[in-house]
Design a protein around this ligand. Structure first.
Ligand SMILES: [Zn+2]
Ligand SMILES: [Zn+2]
Length: 328
């Protein structure tokens, strides 16, 4: 099979011909149709996350069709494969509905080969049914940008006035869900990124501005998608008493020190780590009801490095997705 392979962090992905994966116990093999490109892939490729499997096939927003069936999924079934690829199922976290925190968890496109390839093997317990009504390309970003965005939104509580810092793939989905839930959305982008600000307004944000700006009124919660530690005190300064600041990314630059006054008034800073299968099942039922419409920029598999470079530069409107099946 053709694949894009990371040999060592910091180096570009290499186009390679690899042996087709075989299904291990509990696994299905899936022919990949589309694989979303996530900011986490950038962190893996850039060496900002420790100890990836090497060599590695990245990619964890996979939509494809089962070619080697298992017990849950028959041959031909369309499945989605997310970031959470395996957990031990027996630790304190797993046994309390918090499998996202499992110490032994293994992640797709990080510890396990992912979807920047024509075929992928996956533990079928962690695969999802992809909602009908979405093309493969449009469905792929639901698997991480959507799913982890949804978890972040849930953990932001019942905030009416919601700030979103970093207007990429996740924020463009979360805005639609938040509007559907009757919330008001305030979008914060890189300085003078008028394209992203206009995009946020199109999707229903009532205000969009630079992340250094204060919104026109206090927020009840903020979700930070951008991997920029300076945004934590900025968001704390923008939320009202009792408000939460949710850090949704897996990696962030250091958070600068800030006066206690910013946290005072029962403000909360928290992170969101990974996803649970429950998040996925809930979100994939909710998405077509909103309905969430994803805006994607498609790249052939062999152009994965270009997709990553455009994402790094903040040039993607919506989500970048590798179109795998049509590029063979
Ligand atoms: Zn566990
Ligand atoms: Zn992701």
């Amino acid at each position: 099979m053709r694949a894009m392979v990371l040999d060592s962090p910091g180096a570009p992905l290499r186009e390679a011909e690899l042996a087709a994966p075989a299904a291990g116990p509990g696994q299905v093999v899936v022919a990949v149709d589309a694989c979303g490109v996530c900011r986490t892939d950038l962190h893996v490729v850039d060496g900002e996350l420790p100890d990836p499997k090497l060599p590695l096939v990245p990619g964890h927003q996979i939509v494809g069709r089962v070619v080697e069936p298992g017990e849950r999924f028959a041959a031909g079934a369309r499945v989605g494969i997310p970031w959470l690829g395996w957990t031990d199922g027996e630790c304190r976290y797993c046994l309390s509905g918090r499998e996202n925190l499992c110490d032994r968890a293994r992640f797709t496109g990080y510890h396990l080969d992912g979807g920047y390839a024509e075929l992928v093997a996956a533990d079928e317990r962690f695969c999802f049914t992809v909602p009908e009504g979405y093309e493969d390309l449009q469905a792929a970003p639901l698997l991480c940008a959507g799913l982890i965005g949804y978890r972040s939104l849930r953990l932001a509580g019942d905030a009416e006035r919601l700030g979103l810092y970093g207007f990429g793939a996740s924020a463009h989905i979360v805005t639609q869900v938040a509007r559907h839930q009757g919330r008001r959305v305030f979008a914060f982008t890189r300085a003078e990124d008028e394209r992203a600000q206009a995009f946020a307004r199109e999707l229903g944000a009532e205000w969009a501005g630079d992340a250094s700006q204060r919104p026109p009124e206090e927020l009840d919660a903020a979700i930070i998608f951008a991997p920029v530690g300076e945004l934590v005190p900025a968001a704390l300064a923008a939320v009202a008493k009792g408000g939460s600041v949710v850090c949704a990314g897996i990696h962030m630059s250091d958070i600068p020190s800030f006066p206690y006054e910013l946290l005072w008034g029962e403000r909360v800073v928290r992170s969101v780590a990974n996803l649970t299968r429950r998040d996925g099942e809930e979100f994939l039922v909710l998405a077509p009801r909103v309905p969430v419409r994803t805006e994607v920029e498609a790249f052939p598999l062999a152009a994965a490095n270009k997709a990553l470079a455009r994402l790094r530069a903040g040039e993607i409107r919506g989500a970048a997705v590798l179109q795998v099946s049509a590029s063979t």
